[in-house]
Design a protein around this ligand. Structure first.
Ligand SMILES: NC(=O)c1ccc[n+]([C@@H]2O[C@H](COP(=O)([O-])OP(=O)(O)OC[C@H]3O[C@@H](n4cnc5c(N)ncnc54)[C@H](OP(=O)(O)O)[C@@H]3O)[C@@H](O)[C@H]2O)c1
Length: 258
């Protein structure tokens, strides 16, 4: 049975992916740490006729998480033809004052877990010459972001990694796409211990997922969600990088420096 594996499916963009894909008749395998929420979403989606919604509560940064997830899909007879690496979080503040262990956890989740899961599920996709991988990056990945230094750097990694894999895997029937949302109304800011989102108009997670599905239909390797976000990303290409850094730094500095 074919299915889509979604990490970070208990809330925000991941939960929106689960609902939108199930509504289109896709079986989903939902992953995050919050078992009760995953059960509730699976119960909700299980009411959609012809759709199987299953879950596994696991911390995907665990070293053996990719192997556990892969074995679990095999036990359940699930063929993961779409992987959505969506789980992620960030932090905001003067890097010097941030807890370095938490900064390293951001890298563990946004980078290491994403790479490990991609590697685990890519091989069978290539054997079948069919598959899709969506890696959720961010508009923060297009330029360094002072006071969100680690988070933005992880998302730059996700963009670069995904684009390279898009080219490597095109000839093997596997489509890889980086999805770049801007500010989106989710638990992200609470989970990332940020008081309030930085500027820019927020999108809903449903809008972000609609953009992603449109991007897939058009076989995009990279898609930015929202016209305002796209305009910002495009405009930044014509402006000196130090200028962007200073503007972003000046906007956020008052929050973190006495
Ligand atoms: N919201 C934004 O403004 C925004 C903008 C650009 C990009 N993004 C990206 O979008 C993605 C989704 O974030 P979101 O906005 O939907 O935030 P969210 O509502 O906080 O969702 C994050 C999801 O990740 C899961 N998660 C966190 N740590 C995990 C771990 N160690 N193992 C497994 N699952 C874990 C969370 O569930 P549990 O806590 O239950 O594990 C939750 O389901 C992230 O990669 C984020 O960087 C968000």
């Amino acid at each position: 049975m074919n299915a889509t594996l979604i990490t970070g499916a208990s809330s925000g963009i991941g939960a929106a992916f689960a609902r939108k894909l199930a509504a289109r008749g896709r079986n989903v395998f939902l992953v995050s740490r919050s078992e009760e929420t995953l059960i509730a979403i699976c119960n909700e989606l299980g009411r959609i006729g012809g759709v199987r919604a299953q879950y596994l509560a696991i911390d995907v940064t665990q070293k053996d998480a990719p192997a556990i997830l892969f074995e679990e899909t095999q036990k359940r007879g699930l063929e993961i033809d779409t992987l959505i690496n969506n789980a992620g979080f960030g932090s905001m503040g003067d890097f010097d004052r941030l807890d370095v262990n938490r900064e390293l956890e951001i890298i563990d989740l946004n980078v290491k877990a994403l790479v490990a899961l991609t590697h685990k599920f890519l091989a069978p996709m290539r054997e079948r010459k069919q598959g899709t991988i969506i890696n959720v990056a961010s508009t923060a990945g297009f330029q360094p972001v002072p006071f969100m230094a680690t988070y933005a750097a992880t998302k730059a990694f996700v963009i670069s990694f995904s684009e390279a894999l898009w080219e490597e895997n095109r000839a093997h029937g596997v489509h890889v796409m980086a999805l770049c949302p801007g500010v989106t109304e989710t638990n992200f800011f609470a989970a990332s211990q940020m008081d309030r989102p930085p500027m820019r108009s927020a999108q809903t997670p449903e809008e972000v997922v609609d953009t992603a599905l449109r991007g897939l239909r058009r076989k995009k390797n990279l898609i930015v969600s929202g016209w305002v976000n796209l305009a910002m990303v495009e405009a930044e290409r014509f402006v000196p990088r130090t200028w962007i850094l200073k503007v972003a730094g000046n906007a956020l500095r008052p929050r973190f420096e006495e």
